[in-house]
Write a protein that binds this ligand. Sequence first.
Ligand SMILES: *Cc1c(COP(=O)(O)O)cnc(C)c1O
Length: 366
Amino acid sequence: MNIDYQLLSPQLRRTQPLEKDIELGFGQLRTDHIFLMDFQNGEWVHPRIVPYQNLQLAPGAMALHYGQSIFEGAKAFLHQDNEIYTFRLDKNCERLNQSAEILSMPQLPVEMQLNAINALLDVERLWIPTTLGASMYIRPFMFATDDSLSVRPSSSYTFAVMLSPSGAYYAKGMDKSLKLLITQKYHRAVSGGTGAAKAAGNYAASLRAQQYASSVGADQVLYLDATNAYLEEVGAMNHFHITRTGELVIPEFTDTILKSITSQSILSLSNELQTVCGLTPVQRKISISSFLNDIQNGDIIEAGGFGTAAVTASVGHYILDNGEHYTVGTGEIGSKTKLLNQYYSDLQQGRQNAPANWLMPVKRIN
Ligand SMILES: *Cc1c(COP(=O)(O)O)cnc(C)c1O
């Protein structure tokens, strides 16, 4: 892939590292450039890096009307050796293709995605935050661009990558456990639907449930399957809980759950987690009745969520539609959840040895 750098604006390029004391937040800042590439006549063409700017889009662009729009979220960290490393980025690229398959969008070879993201990270390397735990959030996305009102898969698409320097999710350490609403009123996904895709539409469809959760004082929604029998996930995080016997339980992946890369990584670190926090990761279906029962009888001692943004979130409370309230353990952040978060962050940031190829340095090309 020959990336066109001609539109790259030399005047815009940073010459100094990002200021250390800058307030980053999550996803608020933009870097100076984005990566763009078009899909036309069955081919990916014109890969380019251009200044961050508004996109040109036909009012009839199919993404706006019929929702063919997918995305990814990953992070890169600056390590002690002063190099930037992406973390399991190939997994994100593979998942973009799984989402594309579900939404009848074209495949984009993983190598091309990796090259695109690496090239942009290289151009924007001085934008990487230097404070501990802060990262470069990477947002690749793909959307349909045919100017057409027919309902069919678009024939043209744009793939884009934007970057956002972001602060450490827990700048002062994990400080607060969440309260989740478990509702029978709204569902995120049904079998045979699009729940396993990281699709814009899944997020649009979750907003109403999120507003309902906020209205009853909950932070987020823990979704049930369409039969209201099993726990699924938290909308932007996978569910987990920890049992008194040392199991770290994650719901079995079905086509109604987005396969979190964080969850998958945790599942593959079985030996390490045994050593670090005495936990054995397992996957199984979790019925809502046994879940609530086990919280009450003390068999479940910690609960939370896995996702790239926070790594782990701790959940201390669950409430039901009828107002019933369940407190996990003491309701405070669990000590094993903290250890998990620390261990995984250490892997990402190069303070622990990660499995081969999980960390990839951003090459200097431009
Ligand atoms: C992105 C996302 C997650 C978290 O996945 P990670 O790969 O760990 O970031 C979980 N659930 C949904 C619905 C998501 O979109």
